[in-house]
Design a protein around this ligand. Structure first.
Ligand SMILES: Cc1ncc(COP(=O)(O)O)c(C=O)c1O
Length: 372
């Protein structure tokens, strides 16, 4: 065998997913593991979504509706957009992929920040595009440096807002100034995977920009059912954008990208906004409780507008991550992201939060990180 390997593909580093629970149980001989590593919803899916998926099972021999007509309409109504301004994806990840496929050719430049969500750069690498990565300033997107990095080869700018992993937010005013300083010829993609957790009065009015393609660049918002709706395993996300942008994305997507169960489940989840509200309320309460508890242990918790936040554990984060695994608690070390003393945790149920704090207390003591 002599594979026709392409260098730009061989250079891609696979995405590091959080450790799966059953793998940890096998490897470390622990049980009752809790995973606070992947920013999932610990309260699970809406029971209405589960019922809708179950009811759809006998139809699995049929292809799904290739236009996802009902789900697209429901999403559009929920967002206040029209159906031709919505593109659904197999997770919002797939909409990122569509954007790169549709607008980036070999040698074109895409601007991203570091640290931020890693998938943007990966899709650009696959296309043979050039990633120009602008470091965060403090914990925030450095909008001035991003603007300064724009050239006539720049096609897309990805900004996750709130940012993963720092949880910080760009204000509507900052965003407006940023947009007015950019050429019309590129697309600004605002990844709002966590915006559900953000106060409404702090959110950017993305629809206003989408509907106003006068002298400004096109703006795309990315949203997902994976977080606040508790459907990460179903893989449904969507982009909100001008219909002319949507038209380009529909050309590169495969016809049945949202499977039958996913269409049924996401549709039912949108009809159970009580479940969604319960998640948001419980997350905000849990985040406050956890922040106080880890501060009490001598760590520094960073404020966040999301369902996760960073903690400075005042010692090597990867050693702490390993020690926590033995307690059956999965968190994320932020060493690879350039924060050697930070972990990122997802807000869990109150039981999970208590177990996390008790494991953290023991591990900090065992490792001699903070003395209290
Ligand atoms: C910033 C950001 N965008 C997008 C995603 C992916 O979401 P989806 O599950 O919709 O593909 C994540 C998932 O963790 C994320 O953190």
């Amino acid at each position: 065998m002599h594979l026709p390997i392409q260098q730009h593909i061989a250079a891609i580093i696979p995405y590091p997913p959080g450790k799966p629970i059953d793998e940890l149980e096998r490897e470390y001989g622990v049980t009752n593991v809790i995973k606070l590593a992947s920013n999932e919803n610990p309260w699970g899916p809406s029971p209405k979504a589960v019922a809708a998926i179950t009811a759809m099972l006998p139809n699995l021999h049929r292809y799904p509706d290739g236009s996802s007509f009902s789900l697209t309409g429901a999403v559009a109504r929920w967002i206040g957009a029209s159906s031709d301004e919505i593109v659904l994806g197999n997770g919002s990840n797939e909409v990122i992929e569509f954007l790169v496929k549709a607008f980036v050719r070999g040698g074109d430049v895409v601007l991203t920040s570091h640290p931020s969500f890693l998938m943007y750069q990966k899709f650009v690498q696959v296309r043979g595009g050039v990633n120009v990565v602008v470091p965060l300033k403090g914990m925030h997107h450095d909008l001035e440096s991003i603007t300064a990095a724009v050239t006539d080869r720049t096609r897309l700018i990805f900004i996750d807002n709130p940012n993963n992993p720092t949880g910080t937010l760009i204000s509507p005013g900052e965003f407006h100034r940023f947009l007015t300083g950019l050429p019309e010829s590129l697309i600004v993609v605002v990844d709002e995977a966590y915006v559900d957790y953000t106060d409404r009065d702090q959110r950017i009015d993305i629809l206003e920009y989408i509907r106003r393609p006068d002298t400004l660049p096109a703006v795309v918002s990315l949203r997902t059912f994976s977080k606040a709706f508790g459907l990460a395993g179903l893989r449904v996300g969507f982009g909100v954008m001008h219909s002319a942008v949507a038209d380009q994305l529909h050309r590169v997507r495969q016809p049945f990208n949202i499977n039958l169960l996913a269409q049924a489940g996401a549709l039912a989840a949108l009809e159970d906004l009580d479940h969604y509200q319960h998640t948001l309320q419980s997350t905000i309460e849990g985040r406050k409780w956890l922040t106080e508890a880890v501060t009490e242990l001598g760590c520094q918790a960073y404020p966040s507008h999301t369902n996760f936040f960073l903690i400075d554990v005042r010692g090597d984060a990867t050693r702490l991550y390993e020690a926590m695994l033995y307690k059956g608690v999965i968190v994320r070390s932020m060493k690879a992201y350039g924060y050697p003393n930070f972990i990122r945790i997802t807000v869990g149920t109150s039981d999970e939060n208590q177990r996390f704090v008790s494991a953290l207390r023991d591990c900090l003591q065992d490792l001699g990180y903070v003395r209290r």
